[in-house]
Design a protein around this ligand. Structure first.
Ligand code: GN1
Ligand code: MG
Length: 358
């Protein structure tokens, strides 16, 4: 492994040598490594999963463009390094694509939120990203079409039911039923998008807590993992962030008693997020916001369940039922979110005048 990483690393335009590496384990798709060098600067080297991303070059171009846009505006973001040939990626002998960025020193990530302040800071990071990408007028390629489309994910799920094994179906039956019983109420966002009732903006599309970088004082620095930056609605980023930020357990926790929704974190996250969206939202956008935490949590459960039924072809898994456990966890969280839906509605509508576009 080390030899392979060295071979890739030396092709980038860096005037220092590779010392050692560490593997980051939290991503479900790509392989990411921290490279220590002989200088005080370390780097993040990433191999894009060509199985998931058929257009890795476009993906890398997207992330470099967005990161550069943010940096030019004086915002913090990732700094990508070109190769010695001036390209932003390396293609290896197996047609895998690699990219390199500077490691932001003294940064940290969290797998779970541990205080109201961190929840608030996470809101600041995601709100800031949305607010500062609205004026991006470069070209963004749609990397994974229909990524957060629930109707498309539902079609994929139904397709998996026709090809999965009987045994998998039996094991997952309760949760397959859960999907059919809930799909109707989860489709509202899709309808609004399809009818052009809400605007498209530039969204990150993977705002889970581990994709937010913090400094040593636990202040947010920026969003990382820009792989899925595409056009989308704010509900994607708001709801998906709340999915992990307000859950009291990791997304694959099997002890369901531990899976709860932390309403205080929700309030703090929202106040950080809303700070950047004052006077920027339409009334339809605000109206749909309270639905997004349950919808985005449901869509992740649906995708995990579909991948379980497909025999784990998409996400990395640590054991055969890992995706089923993830799905059960997410659907349990959906139920917990629904229990406080009224409180969520009230909290958001309290901010309505602040957010409404004038
Ligand atoms: C995947 O690879 P990673 O961990 O950044 C997935 C996200 C899911 C997430 C669930 C391209 O993200 O959509 O929310 O797992 N990314 C892709 O943890 O499918
Ligand atoms: Mg991601």
């Amino acid at each position: 492994m080390e030899q392979e990483l060295i071979q890739i690393f030396i092709q980038f335009n860096i005037d220092t040598s590779f010392r050692e590496f560490k593997t980051f384990n939290s991503g479900h798709i790509n392989d990411t490594f921290l490279i220590y060098t002989d200088s005080s600067t370390s780097y993040v080297l990433q191999k894009i999963n060509g199985n998931v991303f058929k257009n890795s070059v476009d993906l890398i171009q997207n992330k470099v463009a967005i990161a550069n846009h943010l940096l030019q505006k004086g915002c913090k973001s990732l700094e990508f390094i070109p190769t010695k040939e001036g390209k932003m990626y390396i293609e290896d002998a197996k047609a895998n694509y690699w990219c390199l960025s500077k490691y932001i020193e003294n940064s940290q990530t969290f797998l779970q939120v541990e205080s109201n302040d961190i929840a608030y800071q996470a809101g600041v990071a995601t709100g800031n990203f949305l607010a500062n990408t609205t004026d991006f007028n470069g070209n963004l390629i749609e990397i994974l079409p229909n990524f957060h489309s629930i109707s498309w994910r539902f079609e994929q799920f139904k397709q998996s039911l026709t090809t999965t094994s009987q045994i998998r179906k039996e094991k997952a039956q309760e949760w397959i039923n859960f999907v059919f019983n809930h799909i109707e109420e989860m489709i509202v966002l899709d309808h609004a998008l399809n009818n052009n009732e809400i605007p498209l903006r530039i969204t990150h599309n993977d705002t889970k807590i581990s994709n937010i970088l913090f400094d040593q004082n636990k202040n947010a620095i920026c969003l990382i993992d820009l792989d899925t930056v595409m056009k989308g609605c704010i509900h994607f980023d708001y709801g998906d962030a709340i999915r992990t930020i307000c859950s009291t357990a990791p997304e694959d926790e099997m002890d369901l008693e531990k899976v709860n929704f932390n309403f205080n974190y929700f309030k703090h996250y929202s106040s950080g997020f809303f700070k950047f969206l004052k006077g920027k939202l339409t009334s339809k956008e605000i109206h749909l916001l309270p639905h997004s935490p349950k919808i985005m949590t449901f869509i992740m459960g649906l995708r995990f369940l579909t991948d379980y039924l497909n025999d784990n072809i998409y996400y990395k898994v640590k054991y055969p039922n890992h995706n089923l456990d993830r799905a059960i966890n997410q659907f349990t969280l959906v139920t917990k979110i629904k229990k406080v839906q009224l409180e969520i509605n009230n909290e958001i509508f309290r901010s309505k005048n602040l957010l409404l576009h004038r």
